[in-house]
Design a protein around this ligand. Sequence first.
Ligand code: SF4
Ligand code: SF4
Length: 251
Amino acid sequence: MINTLKIRKNQGEQAIPDVTRAEIRPPFRGLPAVDGSKCGRCDACREVCPVGAISARPLAIDLGKCVFCGDCARECPEKSITFSTFHKIASTSRDYLVVDGAKNAEEYLSGAIEARQEIKRLFGASFKLRQVSAAGCNGCEWELNACGNPNFDMGRFGIEFVASPRHADGILITGPISENMAPALEDAYMCTPDPKVVILAGSCAISGGVFQGSAALNREFLDKHHIDLYIPGCPVHPLTVVNGLLKFMGR
Ligand code: SF4
Ligand code: SF4
């Protein structure tokens, strides 16, 4: 016991004291700044984008599709697109993920997550999620694992992943939802008791990501069920996940 306490003292405090204020350094890419007034309409960004995330008029980036490769910013001769390290990009609205020049970090954050009293009342102190990996590359799953490590430590806020959907308040989906995973995802949803929420994490889950249009996908689940929260990224960053969940919980 004494030895354990000594080790603990030597290691010091490992958890990020205030995840809401934590910042991420470059080369991390978060919220893009899009300046359509500089755009020379050469289409270089759209040609290089691997996922069709850029629309031309007005110039905008869909964070639900973007894989944050940075190629558009590198290719743009007018520097119309730059990436900030602002990571609080989760939103309760799919449309809100389309970012044009009008949204800077503060403006984006102020309207990103709609506060819902019933969510705060039901899940504000304890939020248990069943994670369903629906055929992604495992990148998002690694980052979701990190959310529970001693650094990000989302368990201190009452947020945990649970083994069974029967013990969960909702399901969190990663991956583009393959035909083979579609029935298992539906089963997990049906086994989660009401009231429940559905969260999509990562560009694959939100839009299909790099797998968009593949015949191996079956995304009918998303047409049938309401989506409560979208967490962009490829993969999602733990601070994006934890801050998004906290705000969603009304914390
Ligand atoms: S950073 Fe996003 S929008 Fe830009 S090229 Fe890559 S995927 Fe497309
Ligand atoms: S969103 Fe990116 S990191 Fe996450 S599962 Fe898909 S390809 Fe992998």
